[in-house]
Design a protein around this ligand. Sequence first.
Ligand code: BES
Ligand code: MN
Ligand code: MN
Length: 453
Amino acid sequence: MKEIVERLSQERQAHIDRLVEWLRIPSISTDSQRTGDVRRAGEWILDELSSSGFEARLDETDGHPVCFGSWTSADKAPTILIYGHYDVQPPEPLELWRHGAFEPTIEGEDVVARGATDDKGQVLALVRGVCGVLQERGSLPVNVKFLIEGEEEIGSPNLAPYIEKHKDELMADVAVISDCSQFAPGIPAITVGLKGLVYLEIFIQGPNRDLHSGSFGGSVENPANVLTRILGSLRDEEGRITIPGFYDRVRDLTPDQRAGFAELPFDEEDFRKEVGVPQLHGEAGWTTLERKGARPTLDINGLLSGWTGEGAKTVLPAHASAKFSMRLVSDQDPGEIEALVTEHLHSLCPPTCTIEVRTHHGAEPVLVERNSKWLKAAARAIEKGFGKTPVYIHEGGSIPVVSDLKTILDIDTILLGLGLPDDNTHSPNEKFHLPDYQRGIETIAWFLDEIAP
Ligand code: BES
Ligand code: MN
Ligand code: MN
């Protein structure tokens, strides 16, 4: 494997060129105007797999297509399933980008573009690594399947039925996903915890039209006031969520887990400065890393009501709405939390208005068994690919497929994050550190070697 990795490292520029080409396709899954571009990004990765000797195809779903590829000629060897997503988040606000979001630019050692780290750069590292090995030696030491979808950023609504339908074809011993981060520059990590998610939208309806706030204020309830009162009551001053029953299933951190968090070289002050706030904030009784990785949270994601244009307009708005979401931890159940929160919101709405609550997407929280042979093999591969021993971390983000793979295929996932915490995921000027792209390419090659019989 050593000579092959050596060869992979000489092809550095070709790997970068391919990534830049893929990043040019604006595969924004939330945007119905972009359906064609999303498909084009799926076709692009299909072509990358097919042209490297993988049997691959694009499968239709009720939404964006899924790219499936496989190479399964390794007799009596384990099978890995590599998952990734080729869709990206919308690039807005556009004016904050230094260049066009879909005009990938090399800045120093980074490539800057929407999708650079989430997830095109990370999944392409795995694809280039595996395909590179296949091309160099004409075979792989283990069986490899790829499942690369176009709907992760909208909650993977069609993926569970897809996995169910193609259960036999997708069957594997373990899954590998690169769609998260290292702990810090120079400190690679294996992620052992992801948060779950419940995303809701709340609508408060007041009068049948916008009213003059002088003539009607005080006699007709203002839905914006009602909405903010409700939202404001969902967390107390200590940062605890006040919804009855919300914490019932939250699994307490073990002393070992808390010690694990405390051992990580984390500088609160650097973190505070990097996000640019005057002071950090969070649930009392927990450290910043614990809050980020292992405690449930509730955040408003968008607010809409009344006059937000130029100047002042004395109006009592007819309605108000908000989008907000909760990040969950083991063993909270998204369905149960959704029902609990919806009922609580209804109970908070006064008789002067009406309320409607809609659910967007969700995801289950994830905890990975730290001592499995797969994680140990991944740690050895990271040591070779990165030249460093990985740490074990919990991330606040969510990846819906992980629990689907567990429930439907009964397989565990190795979360091998190649990104960095300051990659600007979902933000303007998203980037991916190219030396880490290269290390990812080499790490997956080493991983195939580590798990080969
Ligand atoms: N790659 C992220 C998830 C992620 C981000 C994991 C950072 C760990 C660290 C993924 O693409 C994502 O954005 N997921 C969404 C959830 C999804 C249901 C829309 C998220 O976490 O908000
Ligand atoms: Mn992602
Ligand atoms: Mn994302």
